[in-house]
Design a protein around this ligand. Structure first.
Ligand SMILES: [Zn+2]
Length: 216
């Protein structure tokens, strides 16, 4: 039977199309009808009574079994590496940021890969998954931010805490010089350097965004 017509594959497609949560994926089992069918085929198989068609059907169940096992294993891996952030909290963080990266100010709509929800104080340092420790940021800023809490000021050499979008107002502490972002204080200077906000490609993007009134 072709995969697209197969009842067991269809069952899995419908399940995945319902956008299950991770918990639902981990608890996923076949429907009662499918269970019964597999039981029947297995008994027939043991008794040497399988037709060629039934043999192929059983092979198909085996493929689905491997597929769902991999699905569950990948889900477990994700659970281990990423904290689950409820949809409402994600929505709140995005709305609060008005869809902009809270570091470089680029709009999510203007990006390629979607912006992310980031822990300001990293979880490995005890940061909580609460609205006052979350911010909305583009993946490039997130990548360069890493998990450090401090960095060295490029001008004074002093160890300085990083900019915190929940405590510090961007417009109070950064300024634009043309399309370059300048940090006014030590904290900001560190951040501009750490996040590499003035790399040529980013400055060029910013020039165009400014000319289109899409940077604020
Ligand atoms: Zn950014």
């Amino acid at each position: 039977m072709a995969i697209v017509e197969s009842p067991v594959y269809r069952e899995v497609y419908y399940f995945l199309a319902s956008a299950p949560s991770r918990e639902q994926i981990l608890a996923y089992r076949p429907s009662a009808i499918t269970q019964e069918r597999v039981d029947y085929l297995l008994v027939s198989s043991k008794n040497g009574q399988l037709s060629a068609e039934e043999e192929a059907e059983l092979d198909e169940f085996e493929q689905v079994e491997h597929f769902v096992r991999m699905l569950k294993l990948h889900t477990r891996q994700l659970q281990k590496t990423m904290t689950y952030i409820p949809a409402e909290l994600r929505h709140l963080v995005r709305e609060r940021a008005q869809g902009r990266c809270e570091y470089c100010r680029v709009l999510d709509d203007d990006g390629f890969r979607a912006h992310e929800i980031d822990h300001i104080e990293a979880e490995k340092h005890g940061g909580m998954t609460t609205e006052d420790n979350l911010c909305f940021c583009c993946w490039i800023c997130n990548r360069h931010k890493g998990t450090d809490l401090t960095s060295r000021d490029p001008q004074t050499g002093e160890i300085t805490p990083l900019f915190n979008p929940r405590k510090d107002m961007w417009s109070d502490h950064f300024r634009l010089n043309g399309a370059q972002i300048e940090g006014i204080t030590s904290i900001r200077r560190v951040k501009v350097r750490l996040l590499q906000m003035n790399k040529p490609a980013r400055v060029r993007e910013r020039e165009i965004l400014i000319s289109l009134n899409r940077f604020s």
